[in-house]
Design a protein around this ligand. Structure first.
Ligand code: NZQ
Ligand code: ZN
Length: 388
């Protein structure tokens, strides 16, 4: 059954080869001071930095820079960003990069005018912002997280060995996001496929929950078909515009709140993956691929009907004459073989996890209750061990 909900997404999107032109329009809405936030330098190598700076300059903006946002941005870097944004008296925070840069920009935006320690307030106590939020805009260069059209912001605290996401409300969503699929062409293959699996996992986290067979489930199956077909093309030809644009658009819809409406959602692969990230600093999408198969095989018996539907509708398993258990496992086998085929990391050893870390990873895993089975500590340990 489709539950009750309110739906509104405030982010304005500009999509396509000319999307960056939209920045001229957007900049008119904000004051002079722009904090330009970016990562480790890919945007300087591929020319996106120069294009953005030209538009900012042409529009009379004063640019303050906050570079060096690392993948899996840290609470220490966040403190530095807050100081920079305060000094700049930023009227707009412009994030140019992937999910890490966008997530970080949101974290800075809710902290600039807040006296408390942002890590404690937002990531430990999960409080909502009570201070004035500085608007954020994004120019996306890496596809996967959906951060361009949602309120998610994930921060890592290495000292505490915790990687935590806060899903903020609409007031923290980017005001606008610029999505040019060509900007993703320079991504290393490892990042491209990690992003592809992040998208798949976002969809599955919302698909494998509840008893539902509603519109959201049909939309998600459509998104999965587009993603699988486009990924198969993109791994062979990364410069295929149609494939890259389909992947980019699917990523946005996989996690911009639409398909979660009226449903319960799971998110346990992400919770385990984030704990792995806290211990290893590994690439987000790969932490998910490495734990997914043991997780799904563990919960399939508790949500068997949905796993059967998944096998038949997404992976084309022929159900004739087979038990539900056999159909579900054939679907998971097809998924596993596809994951192997596109080159995803399928075990935690390859990400640097050692047997000594397993208990700590299980301890750092937040337990959610929206999936088919609320996991006990022992079950998490078992899944992590099976993922090794
Ligand atoms: O730092 P630079 O030099 O830019 O290099 C980046 C980085 O090394 C590189 N890159 C990005 N665009 C590129 C490029 N290299 C060449 N050409 C380009 N066009 O890619 C590397 C990874 O970037 P990153 O932003 O870390 O990747 P992603 O977009 O996967 O973001 C991961 C972060 O987002 C969080 C993750 O936990 C992780 O911290 N998530 C955010 C979510 C949300 N907001 O809702 C949900 C997700 O589940 C996820 O948890
Ligand atoms: Zn994710």
């Amino acid at each position: 059954m489709l539950g009750n909900f309110t739906y509104h997404n405030p982010t304005k999107l500009y999509f396509g080869k000319d999307a960056l032109d939209g920045l001229n329009e957007e900049l008119k809405k904000y004051g002079k001071n722009v904090l330009l936030v970016y990562g480790g330098g890919s945007i300087k190598k591929n020319g996106i930095y120069d294009k953005v700076v030209k538009i900012l300059t042409d529009n009379g903006k004063k640019i303050y820079e906050d570079a060096g946002v690392m993948p899996n941005p840290t609470s220490d870097k966040l403190k530095e960003g807050v100081e920079r944004a305060r000094k700049a008296k930023a009227d707009l925070i412009l994030a140019v990069g992937g999910g890490s840069v966008c997530d970080y920009a949101k974290a800075v935006s809710v902290s600039v005018n807040c006296k408390e320690d942002p890590w404690e307030k937002y990531y430990i106590r999960f409080e909502e912002p009570t201070c004035k939020i500085v608007p954020v805009g994004c120019v996306l260069t890496m596809v996967g997280t959906g951060s361009e059209m949602n309120g998610g912001s994930v921060i890592t605290n290495h000292a505490q060995k915790l990687k935590i996401g806060h899903v903020f409300g609409e007031e923290v969503f980017p005001k606008f996001s610029i999505l040019n699929p060509e900007y993703t062409y320079t991504l290393p293959k490892y990042q491209m496929i990690a992003g592809i699996y992040d998208i798949m996992c976002h969809i599955l986290e919302q698909y494998f929950s509840g008893e539902d067979d509603n519109t959201s489930d049909y939309i998600m199956e459509g998104l999965l078909h587009s993603l699988i077909a486009s990924a198969n093309v993109a791994v062979k030809n990364p410069l295929d515009y149609e494939a890259r644009s389909n992947i980019m658009w699917t990523a946005t819809w996989a996690l911009n709140t639409l398909v979660a409406k009226g449903k319960t959602t799971d998110w346990m692969v992400h919770m385990i993956g984030q704990a792995v990230g806290a211990y290893t600093d590994a690439t987000h999408g790969m932490t998910l691929s490495a734990v997914s198969m043991p997780y799904y095989r563990h919960i399939a018996p508790y949500g068997l009907k949905k796993f059967v539907r998944y096998a038949v509708n997404v992976w084309g398993v022929n159900p004739a004459g087979k038990s539900d258990e056999v159909i579900a496992e054939e679907g998971l086998k097809a998924m596993e073989s596809w994951m192997n085929g596109i080159g995803l990391v399928m075990n935690l050893k390859d990400l640097g996890v050692t047997p000594e870390m397993v208990e700590g990873i299980a301890d750092a895993t937040l337990t959610m209750d929206g999936g088919y089975k609320v996991l006990t500590h022992e079950e998490i340990v078992d899944i992590v061990n099976k993922s090794l």
